[in-house]
Design a protein around this ligand. Structure first.
Ligand SMILES: NC(=O)c1ccc[n+]([C@@H]2O[C@H](COP(=O)([O-])OP(=O)(O)OC[C@H]3O[C@@H](n4cnc5c(N)ncnc54)[C@H](OP(=O)(O)O)[C@@H]3O)[C@@H](O)[C@H]2O)c1
Length: 283
């Protein structure tokens, strides 16, 4: 069954992490199909700037600021969209990120915040919107995951756990609710260039984008493709992404070896040191 009936006129999407990075591009791509898109993130100023820009381009958009690591945020967001727009047809759990510090150097509370943002918040939002979707007999949830766990990218222990958790969550969700009109897709992203955390890392380390990075616009287009074609899982990276992911699983030592060969560990250590120096200077 196609779930493209959640896109277009009369439909409402909620996109998290839409104040900066890849999120604004996802919001624009969905808005281009018609319907209303609600953007969310913590920064009201950034959300206001993004919604104004998208609206100037003809998109039907609005925003609600919320911190997804705070308790009650999912309930508040879903309730506000319900009240203003009569429910959410498409939920894109895009907000996420990683502090990129060594696991042992962060407190357990800091580590759990990463889990909250990248895994618990998507679960909580899905839980909030599911009843309404089932009542209306239509809905689609898109979760944004990452290759981090598969390639053992340095200093991403909790982020990798969360993003792998999101893949399992999406598979079972899709299987349980598909027959009742509610579908789910997960996008597993490799490194992204042009916007977002990958591009920021390049800018900080003065490294050049590699051929292995995908443009942020491709991620946005893939979100709409996953919904329109009702795809279970899309791996967004150059080349045969799903095959590469399977190879990484088959040879678990390959990812760390590639990271070492590419100098990822050394680069990440330098970025950590630069960030610590910058925060010490600001204090
Ligand atoms: N870029 C990449 O190379 C890459 C690779 C693999 C996977 N991904 C995944 O793609 C998604 C988007 O990443 P990105 O690169 O666009 O990241 P980004 O540039 O760091 O943007 C993150 C977004 O999440 C929001 N956010 C962060 N903390 C939040 C919180 N506590 N509550 C609510 N919103 C919060 C941010 O807005 P505020 O700061 O305003 O809250 C922002 O809109 C993430 O799930 C990321 O893990 C990205």
């Amino acid at each position: 069954m196609s779930s493209s009936h959640v896109l277009g006129r009369g439909r409402t999407a909620l996109v998290t992490g839409a104040s900066r990075g890849i999120g604004p591009l996802i919001a624009r791509e969905i808005a281009n199909r018609g319907g209303h898109v609600v953007l969310t993130g913590r920064s009201s100023a950034d959300l206001k700037a993004v919604t104004s820009k998208l609206a100037a381009g003809g998109a039907d958009v609005s925003f609600i600021a919320a911190d997804l690591t705070e308790s009650g945020a999912a309930e508040m967001l879903a309730g506000a969209v319900d009240q203003q727009h009569g429910g959410i047809d498409l939920l894109v759990n895009n907000a996420g990120g990683d502090p990129l510090r060594e696991f042992h150097a962060m407190t357990i509370e800091e580590n759990l915040r990463t889990l909250q943002l990248n895994l618990i918040a998507p679960l909580a939002l899905t839980h909030e919107v599911l009843d309404g979707m089932l009542r209306r007999g239509r809905g689609h949830i898109v979760n944004i995951s990452a290759m981090a766990g598969r390639v053992s990218f340095p200093y991403t222990e909790v982020y990798a756990a969360a993003k792998d958790g999101l893949i399992g969550f999406t598979r079972v969700l899709r299987s349980d609710y598909h027959a009742r009109g509610v579908s789910a897709s997960v996008l597993i992203l490799g490194a992204v260039r042009g916007a977002g955390q990958g591009q920021r890392m390049l800018d900080e380390s003065s490294m050049k984008a590699s051929a292995f990075m995908v443009p942020a616009e491709s991620v946005a287009r893939a979100v709409v493709k996953a919904v329109a074609k009702d795809r279970a899982e899309l791996v967004i990276m150059p080349g045969p992404g799903r095959l590469l992911r399977a190879v990484m699983d088959y040879f678990p030592a390959l990812g760390p070896a590639m990271n070492r060969a590419a100098g990822a560990t050394t680069t990440m250590q330098k970025i950590i040191e630069q960030r610590e120096a910058a925060s010490d200077a600001a204090a």
